[in-house]
Design a protein around this ligand. Sequence first.
Ligand SMILES: [Ca+2]
Ligand SMILES: [Ca+2]
Length: 544
Amino acid sequence: MSLNPKIIAVIAVAAIACIAASAFIVMNQESSPDIQGNWVKYDLSGEKDAGMESYTETGQVTMLYTFHSKSDKSYQIMNAGMTTRTYTEMGKTAQIPILGFSWMQEKGSMEKGGTETISTAAGEKECTIYKDLVKLGDTWTYWIADDWIPYKIVREVGSAEQSGSFISSTTYTYISNGHEDIETDCKLVVAEGEGVKVSGNEGTYAIGSKVKLTAEYDEDKGFGGWYDRNNKLLGKDPTLEITITRDTEILALNGLGWDRELEPGVMIDLKDTFGVQADRFLIENNDMGTTEMSDGTYDFEGGSYTIYAYESDVPKKVYNVYVDGTVTRLFEWTYGGSYYQITMEIDYSDVTYAKDLYTPQQRSSDRPDHVRDRTFVTYSYTDEIMAPYMDGLVSKLIELYKMSYSEVDEYGYLDYILRFTQEIEYQADEEYTGYIEYWKFPLETLFDKGGDCEDTSILFAAIAHQSREILGFDTRVALVLMPQHASAGVIIKESTDYKKNPDGFIFGETTATGYDLGDIPGKVEDYFLDAKYYPNVSTTIEIV
Ligand SMILES: [Ca+2]
Ligand SMILES: [Ca+2]
């Protein structure tokens, strides 16, 4: 129950806001051109080369200059578009929307790098080159001509020297530019938390207006602060001054963690529950990132929710709701030509419990800590809340396997477990959790039905270990941590033809289908075989 609902919501939206063209800089500051309404469209192509989390990226983005703040010497731009990322080793693809506002500085600490004539979709352009070092390892280079148009932009993040193997690079290539009229009347909507009353938000505002909002609130509920609709904190003071640069929705929240705890599995009358008049309700499931409209009743499953009460198409009130109920998760996979499925019932409070066991900082492997790292596996069978789930799952897995195979052989069974974990959706940490690195307990991975390499490897290791106990095998299990990748490893009695590392581990690639137990994806082969000898680079954490 200590989970902060706002934090969850931030994580949920981080996936959408992850590509922000925040560092585009308009040059020619002497004349300070008014380019409100101008847009530039780009082809985008990029790559990230970071072990198994490598991808290539293609797409288009349009940047529309929506507001020029002369006092701040900056432009607001709206980015819109879509990129497709293809994860090179795993063969997975993901569609990433580029949608959001960012600011560009009119002036910046730019390093002038001479001129170059480049060919563009608008013909040959003699461009001035500017370099912007945003922060160490993040460099933007611009080829600018015609006063303000960046005809080519290259962003490079990281280098072999600065951050190990992490490198990404994105190139924006000019397609076209144009102009459209910008709507200069902006709507300001404030949704109030329970017990909060806001004044100053009446009416329509011209773009650039400065507005002062004041919140009055019930002493017993307190004031939790002002947030934008993406759950970014704008201020904690009961008075907020903002510049309106577009249609704006603001939340004025009370200081409570949860406004209500609701029952799962029954029709809840929302108007009754919150004592509010509303035409309809918008219900956001903060864990799953899904939204639904309701005209007044809703049947909740376990989870945490943000609920907006709408009147005349405007969200007037906002509530944070916790539902301590069960959710059902279905897992499907194939092995040896047969189809298998398992459903799990998971109590949301137990997922909350697992999330609260470690802070996000503790879940980062920036500083490897073998005692902690191992607990992601070992807690799954020692912790009194999480162990029953894993016991149930492992029993079902064994039961299903025995229906297909009269004899349980160690290699075959572990290969079958590997297929189960490979079907868990690949969800890169940065896109889905909002953190660059975020380790999950098996219960969380099962609840999310998603995770990245370490999460599915932890899940595999946990299942393999517990199965060993029940089946009476001598299986030894390990997590294998490599630069930017993790896998599982096992030592089994049966002799196989597969490559082993010097410790005798055979490899279990959990992130993608198509790898048998023992198959090593080409890119990681060297790391795996050397794991024993470069403890600072690659590490084996033995579970048993
Ligand atoms: Ca990760
Ligand atoms: Ca993860």
